[in-house]
Ligand binder design. Structure first.
Ligand code: HEC
Length: 164
């Protein structure tokens, strides 16, 4: 019986490992952080989830890891790190509050170049729902993220990552 209780306690600890303060966990799996399994929680992820929790609603309810998974679709065309290269699409570091089409070293399409607003979560939500519907003729060849929860998660991910 004591053994059973100990096992249950261990399971409960494992289940909430991600949100537990880092000092109290005893996860041996802290080697080789991000390069191994992308979904494995790490100290960095706990920090990132805390950054998400500090965002304004509704983004404070987002799931950082789920957002990162959705962002994998963007990553084939975009970097988000500071100083990251332009690829098929422009670098997205600092994109929040950035005027649209403002990178000097990226060749935007005429409809994107001719638009005038700063990127905020609402514009991003509209954009990634369906870029062609928002700015017809854009060169961003991306069908869109249909699921509103996935959009919330990926926008929260962008809000955290683009300011790092
Ligand atoms: C197939 C490549 C591709 C994918 C996938 C893609 N994009 Fe883009 N993105 C582009 C291109 C190309 C542009 C420039 C569009 C233009 O000039 O018409 C762009 C532009 C943008 C811009 C405007 C940036 C600026 O400087 O004004 C944002 C924001 C953006 N993409 C976000 C995303 C997000 C978020 C995702 C994933 C949900 C994504 N993109 C997926 C190719 C892509």
């Amino acid at each position: 019986m004591r053994f059973m209780l100990a096992a249950i306690a261990a399971l409960a600890l494992a289940a909430c490992g991600q949100s537990a303060p880092s000092g109290s966990t005893e996860t041996p799996n802290t080697t080789n952080e991000s390069s191994s399994a992308p979904a494995a929680p790490s100290a960095d992820d706990a920090q990132s989830q805390a950054a998400v929790a500090a965002l304004p609603a509704p983004y404070n309810a987002a799931n950082y890891q789920a957002g990162r998974t959705v962002f994998a679709q963007c990553r084939s065309c975009h970097t988000i790190t500071n100083g990251g290269a332009n690829m098929v699409g422009p670098n997205l570091h600092g994109v929040i509050d950035r005027p649209i089409a403002s990178l000097q070293n990226f060749n935007y399409s005429p409809p994107v170049h001719g638009a005038h607003f700063n990127w905020d979560p609402e514009h991003l939500d509209q954009w990634i729902s369906n870029p062609q519907a928002m700015l017809p003729g854009t060169r961003m060849g991306f069908a869109g993220v249909r699921d509103a929860t996935q959009r919330r998660d990926v926008i929260a991910y962008i809000m955290v990552e683009s300011t790092r």
